[in-house]
Design a protein around this ligand. Sequence first.
Ligand code: CTP
Ligand code: MG
Length: 254
Amino acid sequence: MSDESRPSPAAAPPGTPVAAVIPAAGRGVRLGPGAPKALRTLNGTPMLIHAVRAMAASRAVSLVVVVAPPDGAAEVKSLLDAHALPERTDFLVVPGGESRQESVRLGLAALPPGHDIVLVHDAARPLVPVDTVDAVIEAVRDGAGAVVPALPLADTVKQVEPAAAPGGAEPVVATPDRSLLRAVQTPQGFDRATLERAHRTVTDDVTDDASMVEQLGERVVAVPGHEEAFKVTRPLDLVLAEAVLARRRLNDGF
Ligand code: CTP
Ligand code: MG
């Protein structure tokens, strides 16, 4: 049977070890000047450490692979050493690549055998709650090749003809039915063999891993995402993230 025509994965047994790959190699151009985005701090702790803790908070996750900025692997290693992390979890750091896709591929290449479920989680989503992580893992265990956490959209969405120059007026072409659309977050969860095959096969530029699995024709399912799993992209998102942390601290105090 050819590599491309394999049947969908069977449900993974309950104890299947889970690894999380955290692409953290981006610059964060939209956040403005400063350190690489994953190293910027939220309430004094680097975003990356928040994201690592969010993955390690799941008891199912036994390995976290951090994909560091290409020249920042040593710095990321010492950050991991300097922060308290769960004893039951192993950590690896590898240098990343030019694109998110390449960074994820480098993270996957570093995975030792035995972790047959893989999460891919943006370092830029530092505050995802553990219940969302566990819901994604559960859906992979139930037999989906790929699982995405997703939320309904708040805004109406328009399709336009993009303007030649930024800031120009853009003709509106269509208004897709919002009730059929979802905004997709991470961690996205995968049957490892399916994700590895997607990264070997799909060479188009994509912004998430699940779309590569879609291109293989495999079943991808969405489970409920969480508003706290938003991506820190622009400066206002830093304000929101610190507000979420402050609210958590308050709630923990009572
Ligand atoms: N990422 C990566 N390697 C790259 C580019 C992005 O590992 N070459 C990671 C980022 O570090 C981030 C995640 O992919 O955790 C999502 O990307 P995004 O939010 O776009 O982050 P950046 O690419 O860093 O931001 P920007 O696009 O504003 O430069
Ligand atoms: Mg980017």
